[in-house]
Design a protein around this ligand. Structure first.
Ligand code: NAD
Ligand code: UGA
Length: 453
């Protein structure tokens, strides 16, 4: 099938590459000419395990092309995916300007029956706005080309995106209940058939429910995390171990083990913005989602939890102190710095006068950009942050090491070596990576989340 992807970010690139890999002819379009040039030259604008190989393989086979030529891109697709960003607007609602700009381009250039797929995470009712935008453009040029808008939200996780896309737990398809919607559904079923071979994973529903499902899923996952973080803080007060509690409740199949890890707060491009967007949708419909207000507030406080522990340990004035940081991206296996807890923690340490040396296996370039933007008006603070490309180098001479993501390379460090390079053998662990006993044996003072010790 001929497929067009609008937007070559995490979702667009993964969707395009994986659909090309099963034999479709995929054209990926982006307004960002640098991004397209990088891809055309065999480069990769994002870090996502396995993606580079799939892109290279399919480019080589001629099934995957990249372009900034919008007309050619849209004329190419029987199915056109919109996979552009939907960042938070000022009031917390999803900013739909990129989605509607893409819809406008589709209306301007589509020439035959086209299935338009909302892959971006968009609020309930967006498909109708996309439809109206396309129809307006078609009317302007007197075209009677037919189309149908489908909601097909994406559930992939960064760092595991290829696996999530090719072996999905479910594919949600929201189609209109009319002849064009039926035609669209049939095409989408054919497109996804290779992922449904072992058992049918597609859930068919109406468009609005599909749009809602995506927000409900992210909001539920964020809720579990904030709930566990709040319990972790209580566990510290009452002398319980949140990790034991996690195992204790996770073993109840009604609860399950996933997404119960307490830590230094959730980050990323989606949980924070999607929780806010859903709250905003509720507000616009005269309802307040009180649970999500709490989820969001707990998360904001949790991003400061390690800073609070550090200040409690060293005092409010951190002038002359230095801290090593391991892990900058919002989670392992990605270079994505959007809403990363590291941005909050490091800014706070710098604000208190400390120096920081930080390391991440893949996110250093992105981190450089993120901190330059965050600390644009505070050049002196920025000058006390060094990004280093060696794990142990970050810890060298530091008053303490702070661990913020659970990269494999951080899981079993040489504790004795670590204790030797640190000025003070102290570790603050935002992901509960270590056995307190192992650190005690190495003579390291250990602070983690929701655990004694
Ligand atoms: P991203 O910011 O990585 O990429 C978006 C891309 O769209 C950019 O390359 C940008 O240049 C391009 N773009 C913007 N406007 C355009 C236009 N009019 N025409 C062509 N290209 C345009 O975004 P992302 O992380 O891939 O997220 C995309 C959507 O998918 C969002 O709605 C997000 O919530 C959702 N989502 C993201 C993830 C994830 O893990 N990142 C997972 C599931 C769903
Ligand atoms: C999340 C969802 O898991 C995906 O299903 C969804 O498609 C995506 O958002 C999206 O809509 O963009 P992602 O943000 O890539 O995926 O990463 P997650 O693995 O969900 O982690 C999000 C944040 O939660 C990270 O900061 C992580 O450290 C934190 N987290 C996760 C916890 O603190 N505890 C946990 O138990 C799990």
């Amino acid at each position: 099938m001929n497929v067009t992807i609008i937007g070559c970010g995490y979702v667009g690139l993964v969707t395009g590459a994986c659909l090309a890999d099963i034999g479709n002819d995929v054209c990926c379009y982006d307004v960002d000419a640098n991004r397209i040039a990088t891809l055309e030259q065999g480069g990769m604008p994002i870090h996502e395990p396995g993606l580079r190989e799939i892109v290279a393989r399919n480019r080589g086979a001629g099934r995957l092309t990249f372009t900034t030529q919008v007309r050619a891109a849209i004329e190419h697709g029987d199915i056109v995916f919109i996979a552009v960003g939907t960042p938070s607007g000022e009031d917390g609602s999803a900013d739909l300007q990129y989605v509607l700009a893409a819809a406008q381009e589709i209306g301007r250039y589509m020439a035959r029956f086209t299935v338009v797929v909302d892959k971006s995470t968009v609020p309930v009712g967006t498909a109708e706005r996309v439809r109206a935008t396309i129809a307006e453009q078609l009317a302007l040029r007197g075209s009677d080309a037919l189309f149908s808008v489908v909601s097909n939200p994406e559930f992939l996780k960064e760092g595991a995106a290829i696996d999530d896309f090719t072996r999905p737990e479910r594919i949600v398809l929201g189609c209109d209940d009319d002849a064009l919607g039926e035609r669209a559904r049939e095409l989408m079923k054919r497109l996804y058939a290779p992922f449904n071979r072992n058992h049918e994973r597609t859930l068919h529903m109406d468009v609005r429910s599909a749009e809602f499902t995506k927000y409900a899923a992210n909001a539920m996952l964020a809720t579990r995390i904030s709930f566990m973080n709040e319990l972790a803080n209580l566990a510290e007060r009452v002398g319980a171990d949140i990790d034991a509690v996690r195992r204790g409740i996770g073993s109840d199949s009604r609860i399950g083990y996933h997404f119960l890890y307490a830590g230094c707060g959730y980050g990323g491009s989606c949980f924070p913005k999607d929780v806010h967007a859903l709250m905003r949708t509720a507000h616009e419909n005269e309802q307040e989602l009180r649970i999500l207000q709490a989820v969001s507030a707990v998360n904001a406080a949790q991003k400061q939890v390690l800073a609070r522990k550090i200040v409690a340990r060293f005092g409010d004035d951190l002038n002359g102190r230095s801290f090593g940081v391991w892990g900058l991206a919002f989670k392992p296996e990605t270079d994505d710095m959007r809403e990363a807890p590291s941005r909050v923690l490091i800014a706070t340490l710098l604000e208190h006068g400390a120096r920081v040396a930080a390391y991440d296996p893949v996110a250093l370039e992105e981190a450089k950009r993120a901190f330059a933007a965050d600390l644009d008006s505070k050049p002196e603070a920025l000058s006390r942050l060094t990004l280093v490309d060696d794990q142990m180098e970050a810890a060298k001479g530091a008053d303490a090491l702070v661990v913020l993501t659970e990269w494999k390379a951080f899981k079993s460090p040489d504790f004795a070596g670590l204790a030797r390079v640190l000025k003070h053998p102290i570790v603050f662990d935002g992901r509960n990576l270590y056995e307190p006993l192992a650190l005690a044996e190495a003579g390291i003072e250990y602070h983690s989340i929701g655990r004694p010790g």
